[in-house]
Ligand binder design. Structure first.
Ligand code: F6P
Length: 557
C-alpha cells in the first residue's frame, strides 16, 4: 500500500493557493464576459445533468484541481478500490460496494474468491423473498399475508433503506408499507408498532455486525411485542415452540454474522448475508436494502442497482477533467481547504428526497471526519465538512437567510427533478414549475446577488439599504435529473459515494473506517449501571456526569 501524499506539498496545491489569493469572485462579471460559461462547466454522468458554472471557478482552477487529483494519486486509489485491494487499512479490508451492483456474469476476484457470483446469489435470495412477501405467499403464523415490513437497524442499516423507501414512494406496492425503527429510545419501537397488526407484520433485523446495542435491543423489544400481542389475542399458544414458530414467520435478518443471527433465534434460512468489504454506510445496495426490495419489487431494485453501476462506470472510466464525482469532490476540497468552508448544504427540490441530506451525513461525515491519515500520521489540512440540508422550499423559509447574507461561505448542491410524480395544477399554474422556479431563482440569487444600487432603485430608504443587499458569489452546484426513478436514485447515491471517496483521497484518509463512534459506545455500557442505581459505578464518574445521573434518578417517576 502506497503512503498518502501530503496534498499541501504538491505543486498543484501551491497553484491553487495562488489562484485563491488572486481570485476576486465575480460571478456576475464572469457570466457577462463569457456567454459559454454555463456550457463549459456543465457535465453529464448517466442521467445526471450537473451544472458547476455557478461555482467560484475558472478554467485555471479546474485544471489545478485535476492536477491535484493526479498528484495525490486519485486514479491509482480509485483503481485500487475497484480492484478489491485492502484500501481500508485500519480494518484490513477491501472496499467493494461497487461489486454489489456489478452485472451478473462479470468477475472480480478478491482475496482468491470471485465475489460477483456470491453477490448475485444473495440478490436472488433477497428477490425470491421479496416476491413471496409481495405475492402473499409468505404468510404470518396465523396465515395472514404481510402488509408491513419493519426494518430494525441503525446508521447504515437504517439511513439508506429509509431514505430510498421515501424517495421511491411511487414505486411502493399499494397495500404494503415499510417502517423503520432505529433509535434505542423506546419511543421509536413503541410508536412504530402501536397501530400494527402483529399477524401481518414482518420484522427485518438489519445489522452488519449483529452486535449493535440499539438494533439488538429493538429486535428483542419487537420480538416481545409480537409474542405478547399474538398470545393476548389467542393467535398463538404459550410456550417456546409456539414462540419459535411465530418468530420464524415474522423475523428475518440481514447480516455478515449469520452465526449471531442464529443465536438470536432467527432461522439462517431466513437470513441474507453480505460481506465485510461492504461498509455500513455503503450498504443500501446490499441485502441491507431488503426492506426496499420488498416494497418496490425486484425489478425496480435491479434498476436501482443499475443506476449505481452507471455512475461507477463513469467514475472509473471518465477522464478526470469531465468526471463528475471527481470534479465535485475536488470542488469540495477547493472550498474546505482554500475558502475554509466548514459546511456544505445539500438541498433537494424533491419532497421524496427529504431524507437524502440525513443519509449523506453518515456517508460523508463518518467517512471523512478524521484527523489522521491512513498511515496513522496527522492530516495536513482541514478535512470532513459538515453536510446538512432540507428539501426546498422548506429550507428557504428557514436557514437560507444565512446562506444568502451570513458571514460563512456555504457551498450548496441543489437537486431538481424535471418530471414530477404528481403534476398538480393550481388554477393556471403547474405547481411543479413554481417549485422549480424557486430552485432556479435561489441559485441565481446566491450567485448574482443584489447590489446596493439595485436596492436603492427600488425606492428603499437609505438606512435599510445595507440590510437588503445580497452579496452574491455564493457557490452552488445544480444537479438536474429527468425523473426520480429507482435508477436515478441509485445514480445520486453513487455520485455522493465517489465524491466522498475523492475528498478522502486528497486528504490521505481512510474513508472506510469509523473508529470515532467507538468511545461513546464503550462509555454508555460502563455508565449504564450508574444510571440504573449502582452507586459504586456512579462514584466512578466525573462530577458533571454524576450530577446529571443524580438529577435523572431524582426525577424519574
Ligand atoms: O455507528 C457506527 C456503525 O458501525 C455504522 O458505521 C453502522 O452503519 C452502524 O453502526 C450500524 O452497524 P451494524 O449494521 O453493524 O448494526
Amino acid at each position: 500500500m502506497s503512503q498518502p501524499v501530503d496534498p499541501t506539498t504538491t505543486p498543484a496545491w501551491a497553484r491553487l493557493n495562488a489562484l485563491n489569493e488572486a481570485m476576486e469572485p465575480d460571478l456576475r462579471g464572469w457570466f457577462a464576459a463569457d456567454p459559454s460559461r454555463s456550457k463549459s462547466f456543465t457535465f453529464s454522468a448517466a442521467d445526471l445533468y450537473v451544472d458547476l458554472s455557478k461555482n467560484l471557478i475558472n478554467a485555471d482552477v479546474l485544471t489545478a484541481l485535476v492536477d491535484l487529483a493526479n498528484q495525490v494519486g486519485l486514479v491509482e486509489r480509485r483503481d485500487a478500490m475497484f480492484a478489491g485491494e485492502h484500501i481500508n487499512v485500519t480494518e484490513d479490508r477491501a472496499v467493494l460496494h461497487t461489486a454489489l451492483r456489478a452485472p451478473e456474469g462479470s468477475s472480480l476476484v478478491v482475496d482468491g474468491t470471485d465475489v460477483i457470483p456470491e453477490v448475485h446469489q444473495v440478490l436472488a435470495k433477497v428477490y425470491a423473498f421479496a416476491d413471496k412477501v409481495r405475492s402473499g405467499e409468505w404468510v404470518g403464523v396465523t396465515g395472514k399475508p404481510i402488509t408491513t415490513v419493519v426494518n430494525i437497524g441503525i446508521g447504515g442499516s437504517d439511513l439508506g433503506p429509509v431514505m430510498v423507501y421515501e424517495a421511491l414512494q411511487p414505486y411502493v406496492k399499494p397495500g404494503l408499507q415499510a417502517r423503520f425503527v432505529s433509535n434505542i429510545d423506546p419511543t421509536d419501537v413503541a410508536e412504530k408498532t402501536k397501530d400494527l397488526d402483529p399477524e401481518s407484520t414482518l420484522f427485518i433485523v438489519a445489522s452488519k455486525t449483529f452486535t449493535t446495542l440499539e438494533t439488538l435491543t429493538n429486535a428483542r423489544l419487537a420480538r416481545a411485542w409480537l409474542l405478547d400481542k399474538l398470545r393476548e389475542s389467542g393467535a398463538i399458544e404459550a410456550g417456546e415452540d409456539a414462540a419459535g414458530a411465530a418468530v420464524a414467520k415474522h423475523f428475518v435478518a440481514v447480516s455478515t454474522a449469520l452465526d449471531k443471527v442464529a443465536a438470536f433465534g432467527i432461522d439462517p434460512e431466513n437470513a441474507f448475508g453480505f460481506w465485510d468489504w461492504v461498509g455500513g454506510r455503503y450498504s443500501v445496495d446490499s441485502a441491507i436494502g431488503t426492506s426496499v426490495a420488498v416494497a418496490i419489487g425486484p425489478a425496480n431494485f435491479a434498476d436501482f442497482l443499475a443506476g449505481f453501476h452507471a455512475i461507477d462506470r463513469h467514475f472509473a472510466e471518465t477522464e478526470l477533467a469531465s468526471n463528475v464525482p471527481a470534479l465535485m469532490g475536488l470542488l469540495n476540497v477547493w472550498y474546505v481547504n482554500f475558502f475554509k468552508a466548514g459546511s456544505h448544504a445539500v438541498l433537494p427540490y424533491s419532497q421524496f428526497l427529504h431524507r437524502f441530506p440525513a443519509y449523506l451525513q453518515q456517508l460523508t461525515m463518518e467517512s471523512n471526519g478524521k484527523s489522521v491519515r491512513y498511515d496513522g500520521s496527522p492530516v495536513t489540512t482541514e478535512t470532513g465538512e459538515v453536510f446538512w440540508g432540507e428539501p426546498g422550499t422548506n429550507g428557504q423559509h428557514a436557514f437560507y437567510q444565512l446562506i444568502h447574507q451570513g458571514t460563512q461561505m456555504i457551498p450548496c448542491d441543489f437537486i431538481g427533478v424535471a418530471n414530477p410524480a404528481h403534476p398538480l395544477v393550481d388554477g393556471d399554474n403547474d405547481v411543479h414549475e413554481l417549485f422549480l422556479a424557486n430552485f432556479f431563482a435561489q441559485t441565481a440569487a446566491l450567485a448574482f446577488g443584489k447590489t446596493a444600487d439595485e436596492v436603492r432603485a427600488e425606492g428603499t430608504p437609505e438606512a435599510i439599504v445595507p440590510a437588503r443587499v445580497f452579496p452574491g458569489n455564493r457557490p452552488t452546484t445544480s444537479i438536474m435529473v429527468p425523473e426520480l426513478s429507482p435508477g436515478v436514485v441509485g445514480e445520486l447515491i453513487a455520485l455522493y459515494e465517489h465524491i466522498t471517496f475523492t475528498e478522502g483521497v486528497v486528504w490521505g484518509i481512510d474513508s472506510f473506517d469509523q473508529w470515532g463512534v467507538e468511545l461513546g459506545k464503550q462509555l454508555a455500557l460502563q455508565i449504564a449501571p450508574a444510571v440504573s442505581g449502582d452507586d459504586e459505578a456512579l462514584g466512578k464518574q466525573d462530577s458533571s456526569t454524576q450530577s446529571l445521573i443524580t438529577y435523572y434518578r431524582s426525577q424519574r417517576k
